[in-house]
Design a protein around this ligand. Structure first.
Ligand code: ZN
Length: 264
């Protein structure tokens, strides 16, 4: 698999740093934060094992309890992590965009998960076989540390969302969800149906309709069939429950701690 570089790279925090190469895998620019800015040694270990994969809406990357054969470094789009009940009802417990990786149990030698991972917004990723990941990480201490920290951030997200679903109103949660999605896909237009939003927020479709109406009437979003456009992000942040800001603050704290660490 060809690995090429260009003259600029996008840093893990989304800034463009001069004179640092943007890696390409099979001609596809790497956009996922976890894979950017690695040393050439780590790139040489991990990139040849990655396979580019377009990811379409509704693609299921894993089902609860089934063996996880592959991990996915998200490059674009949005994966929803769902907790699924025996009667088929599900609620979202995590969101993964280009900052993340789908298949975290593999990082510690485990091969099943209690959750479903499904593509909510189409995009792309780089797939790696479970055995290849385990082998490559032996030579990739920086990538391994980043992945461990990503797992920590997903645990934090799941904890916050659990409290959010129980304690906060639907319009606040919808605002929080839209902001989280915008952060992960880098676009003010979030392609979604209200039915899907209902699943994600763990509430009835009619409740989502009312909540979207509240945000739209206030001029914060425009809802059209199949997509939501964020019109006023600062006002949407004010409309969101405290969970969004809380997660953002913790993420900033960890980024600050990471930047002081000599290992990453
Ligand atoms: Zn909340």
């Amino acid at each position: 698999m060809a690995v090429r570089t260009s003259l600029l790279r996008r840093s893990p925090r989304g800034k463009v740093a001069a004179n640092r190469p943007v890696p390409n895998i099979d001609g596809v620019p790497v956009e996922g934060d976890l894979l950017l800015g690695l040393s050439s040694n780590e790139c040489d270990s991990i990139f040849p094992k990655l396979i580019f994969l377009p990811l379409r809406t509704h693609d299921v990357l894993r089902e609860p309890g089934e063996p996880i054969k592959f991990g996915y470094f998200m490059n674009r789009g949005l994966t929803s992590v769902l907790s699924v009940m025996k009667d088929g009802k599900s609620v979202e417990v995590g969101l993964i965009g280009k900052e993340g990786f789908v298949g975290c149990p593999l990082l510690v030698g485990l091969s099943t998960s209690p959750t479903r991972a499904v593509i909510q917004i189409e995009g792309s990723g780089f797939r790696i076989a479970a055995a290849d990941l385990e082998h490559a990480l032996r030579d990739c201490p920086v990538l391994e540390r980043r992945l461990q920290r990503f797992v920590q951030s997903m645990a934090m997200q799941g904890t916050q969302v659990a409290a959010c679903n129980r304690l906060h109103e639907v319009d606040e949660r919808l605002a929080r969800w839209l902001l989280m999605s915008q952060d992960r896909i880098g676009s003010a237009i979030v392609p979604l149906t209200q039915e899907l939003l209902g699943h994600m927020l763990g509430t009835r479709r009619s409740s989502v309709t009312v909540a979207a109406g509240i945000l739209q009437k206030a001029g914060l979003i425009t809802y059209t069939r199949g997509s939501v456009k964020i019109e006023d992000r600062p006002a949407l942040m004010n409309a969101a429950c405290e969970c969004y800001e809380s997660m953002l603050e913790q993420t900033r704290n960890w980024e600050s701690e990471s930047s002081q660490s000599i290992s990453v």
